[in-house]
Design a protein around this ligand. Structure first.
Ligand SMILES: C[S@@+](CC[C@H](N)C(=O)[O-])C[C@H]1O[C@@H](n2cnc3c(N)ncnc32)[C@H](O)[C@@H]1O
Length: 410
C-alpha cells in the first residue's frame, strides 16, 4: 500500500536518503540529474522547509518524495501570485521503481493543489529527458515552453489545469463503468434509501414542458420525463458512453432527445432562458466547480423555472459504522477532493457542506423552495442489520443518506 505524508523536521534524514538514492541510481544509469551535494539538507534548506516536502511510503517503507511550494519566482517569474502550486524534487527510490509511487505522488500533488485552492500545478524538468517528459505528459501536463537557464540548463516548463485533470480522469472512469450504471439511480428514485418522486411530488406537471437533465447517465430519468408528458427531452453528460446509451434508450422508446457530451461546468450550446425544469439525479456532486455549474443551470431556466437535484447528504462521508456504532470519524469542514476507486477505476470527488450548496444556489439566483433530508418509510420501519457498507440502512435509520433540493429561478 502507498501512503503519502507531509514531512516535518524529524524526517530530514529520511528525505536526504530518498533523494540520494535517486541521485546514485541515475548516476549509475549514466543519466545524472542532481549532484549529491544538491540533495543535502544544507543545500535544500536554502529553498525549502521540511514541511514543503511530502514523503511516499510503500508498505510503510520510505519510497519517494516531492516538494510542493506556492511561490517560484526563479523558474516562473511571470505567474500571478496565489494561482499555482509548483512541484520540485520528485524522486522515487530504486527499490520502489515501477510500483506506482510516482503515479501516487502525481495524483496527490493535483489533489493538494485543489485543496489549497490553486487552479494550476506547474513544474520544470530537464528538457533533454524524453522519458521524464513523457511521464509528465501522461499525467496531463502541457509543455508551455523551454529555456536555457544560466547558460547551460535546458529546462522544459510544464503545467496542468487542476480542474480539467480531474474531469479527464472522471470521464475516462465513467466511460469504463457506464454499463454497470444502466438505469441505476434514476427518476422516480432520487437516491439511496430516501423517498422518491412518487411520494415527494417535487416536479410540476411536465405536460408540454422542456426539461434538461444534468448528468443524464443512461437516460432513464429522461425516459420517465417523456412518459410524464415532457415535450422536449434534453440531456448532458460528460461520458460519451453514457450519452450514446441514453440516445439508444430514448430513441428505442420513440423519443427524439437532444443530448450533449459535455462536462456540466461548460455550456455546450444549451439555449439560455429556455427550460421549464432542469434537474440532476445523483450527478451534481461530480462537478469540480459548484458555483459555475449552478450559475449555468440558472441561465438555462426560464424565469420561475424549477431546478431539482439529489446527491449524497454531506454527513455521509463523515460517518462510518464501526463495531455496531456510528462514528463521526470524518471532517465536515474538509474541502479537499478525495481520490477513490469506483469498480476499480480512479475517480475524484469533492466534499461539500450543506451551506456550500445553499450559498451557491443563492448566488446563482436560485431560491430554495424545499429541501428533503429524509429516509424512506420502509427503511425506517424494518430492522436493519448493522453493516459497514457506505449506503447502509443502519446509517439511514439515524440520518439521511441523500439530500434532495428544489429551487426556483427568481
Ligand atoms: C450516477 S450517474 C447519474 C444517473 C442519471 N442521472 C440517471 O438518471 O440515470 C452520474 C453521471 O454523472 C456523469 N458526470 C460525472 N461528472 C460529470 C461532469 N462533471 N459533467 C457532466 N456529467 C458528469 C457521469 O458520466 C454519470 O453518467
Amino acid at each position: 500500500m502507498i501512503t503519502i505524508e507531509q514531512a516535518s523536521s524529524g524526517d530530514i534524514a529520511v528525505l536526504e536518503r530518498v533523494l540520494l538514492d535517486t541521485v546514485t541510481w541515475l548516476n549509475d544509469k549514466g543519466t545524472p540529474l542532481w549532484g549529491a551535494s544538491e540533495v543535502t539538507w544544507d543545500a535544500l534548506s536554502k529553498k525549502y522547509s521540511a514541511s514543503d516536502f511530502y514523503l511516499a511510503y510503500l508498505d510503510g517503507a520510505p519510497a519517494g518524495c516531492m516538494a510542493l511550494i506556492e511561490d517560484d519566482p526563479f523558474f516562473w517569474p511571470d505567474v500571478p501570485p496565489d494561482e499555482s502550486l509548483f512541484l520540485h524534487k520528485l524522486a522515487v527510490t530504486k527499490a520502489a521503481r515501477k510500483l506506482g509511487v510516482s503515479d501516487a505522488l502525481m495524483d496527490f500533488s493535483k489533489s493538494e493543489g485543489v485543496r489549497r485552492g490553486k487552479t494550476t500545478l506547474r513544474l520544470d524538468t530537464h528538457a533533454l529527458r524524453p522519458k521524464v517528459r513523457a511521464f509528465y505528459e501522461r499525467h496531463g501536463f502541457r509543455h508551455v515552453g523551454t529555456k536555457v537557464l544560466l547558460g547551460k540548463y535546458h529546462t522544459a516548463f510544464y503545467e496542468v489545469d487542476l480542474h480539467s485533470a480531474i474531469l479527464t480522469r472522471n470521464k475516462n472512469s465513467w466511460n469504463a463503468i457506464a454499463d454497470s450504471f444502466f438505469g441505476v439511480t434514476a427518476l422516480p428514485a432520487y437516491g439511496c434509501l430516501c423517498p422518491g418522486e412518487d411520494e415527494l411530488r417535487l416536479f410540476p406537471d411536465l405536460t408540454g414542458k422542456a426539461v434538461l437533465d444534468i448528468g443524464c447517465g443512461s437516460g432513464h430519468s429522461l425516459l420517465w420525463c417523456g412518459r410524464h408528458g415532457a415535450s422536449e427531452l434534453w440531456g448532458l453528460d460528460m461520458s460519451d458512453r453514457q450519452t450514446e446509451t441514453a440516445e439508444r434508450l430514448l430513441r428505442g422508446h420513440g423519443y427524439a432527445p437532444t443530448l450533449f457530451c459535455s462536462p456540466m461546468e461548460q455550456n455546450p450550446g444549451l439555449p439560455p432562458g429556455y427550460f421549464d425544469v432542469v434537474y440532476s439525479i445523483y450527478a451534481i456532486g461530480w462537478t469540480v466547480d459548484l458555483q459555475r455549474t449552478f450559475t449555468l443551470i440558472a441561465s438555462y431556466l426560464k424565469p420561475g423555472g424549477i431546478f431539482i437535484f439529489s446527491w449524497d447528504h454531506p454527513f455521509l462521508h463523515c460517518v462510518e459504522a464501526v463495531d455496531e456504532k456510528l462514528v463521526f470519524s470524518g471532517n465536515y469542514y474538509e474541502p479537499a477532493p478525495f481520490n477513490f476507486r469506483k469498480l476499480d477505476n480512479p475517480m475524484t470527488l469533492y466534499n461539500r457542506r450543506l451551506c456550500d450548496y445553499v450559498n451557491a444556489l443563492a448566488a446563482a439566483g436560485l431560491a430554495v423552495e424545499r429541501m428533503v433530508e429524509e429516509t424512506d418509510k420502509e427503511t425506517l420501519s424494518r430492522d436493519a442489520e448493522f453493516s459497514s457498507a457506505y449506503y447502509a440502512p443502519g446509517k439511514a435509520k439515524r440520518f439521511p443518506l441523500s439530500l434532495i433540493v428544489k429551487a426556483k429561478r427568481v
